[in-house]
Ligand binder design. Structure first.
Ligand SMILES: [Fe+2]
Ligand SMILES: [Fe+2]
Length: 186
C-alpha cells in the first residue's frame, strides 16, 4: 500500500525531527563532561539517529522517498525559547519535547486502518522514547541538589507553556494533514 501525500508528509516530518534530535544530542554528547549523563545522552543521540533511519526505511518500503523539509519542531523551539544555558535547562526542555513526541506517536498509532509498516515503526521507536523520558526524569532528579527542586519544576512548567504556544502557532499544517488521516483518508 502506497502512502498518500498527507501520510508521506507526516512521516517525512517525523524523520526530519528525529534527525534534528540526533544532531542536537550528538553535539551535546560531544562536549559534556564524563559521567552518567554523558553515557545516557550518547545512547539517546544514537537512538534518535536510528529512528531517523527507521522512518527513511519505512517511507521507502511504502513506495516513496522522504521529503526534504526545512524546519523541524526543534528548530521552532530554539527560535522561540532561545538556547538553554545550562544542563538543567537542556534536560527540562528535552523532557517537555520528548513528551510531545511520545504523545504524537501514541496518537498516530491509534489511527484507524493504520498501515502495518507504520505501526511496526512507531512501536519500535516508542520503546526507546519511553526510556528517553525515564532517563531525563532521573537525570533531573540528580540535579536537584544543585539547582533546587522548585526551580527545576518551575523551569519545566515554563517550557511546557512555551511548548503549547509554539505548537498551536506553528503546527497547523501538520494538524490539518493529521485530521485527514484520522478521517480514514489514508
Ligand atoms: Fe526519537
Ligand atoms: Fe526521543
Amino acid at each position: 500500500m502506497n502512502l498518500n501525500d498527507n501520510h508521506h508528509y507526516i512521516l517525512s516530518y517525523y524523520r526530519t525531527s528525529e534527525i534534528s534530535g540526533a544532531l542536537f544530542f550528538g553535539r551535546l554528547a560531544k562536549i559534556i563532561p564524563s559521567g552518567p549523563i554523558q553515557v545516557d545522552m550518547t545512547k539517546h543521540f544514537a537512538d534518535e539517529a536510528a529512528h531517523a533511519f527507521y522512518w527513511t526505511e519505512a517511507i521507502q518500503r511504502l513506495g516513496r522517498e522522504p521529503l526534504k523539509l526545512r524546519d523541524s519542531y526543534q528548530d521552532q523551539y530554539n527560535e522561540a525559547i532561545g538556547i538553554p544555558t545550562n544542563m538543567m535547562e537542556i534536560l527540562a526542555i528535552t523532557q517537555v519535547f520528548e513528551r510531545r513526541v511520545i504523545n504524537a506517536y501514541a496518537r498516530h498509532e491509534k489511527m484507524p486502518n493504520l498501515n502495518p509498516v507504520v505501526r511496526a515503526t512507531i512501536q519500535k521507536i516508542m520503546n526507546d522514547e519511553k526510556w528517553h523520558i525515564e532517563w531525563i526524569k532521573n537525570a533531573l532528579k540528580s540535579l536537584e541538589s544543585e539547582y533546587g527542586k522548585d526551580h527545576i519544576e518551575d523551569t519545566i512548567k515554563k517550557y511546557s507553556l512555551a511548548d503549547k504556544e509554539i505548537y498551536s502557532k506553528t503546527m497547523q499544517e501538520l494538524e490539518e494533514r493529521y485530521n485527514y488521516l484520522v478521517k480514514g483518508e489514508m
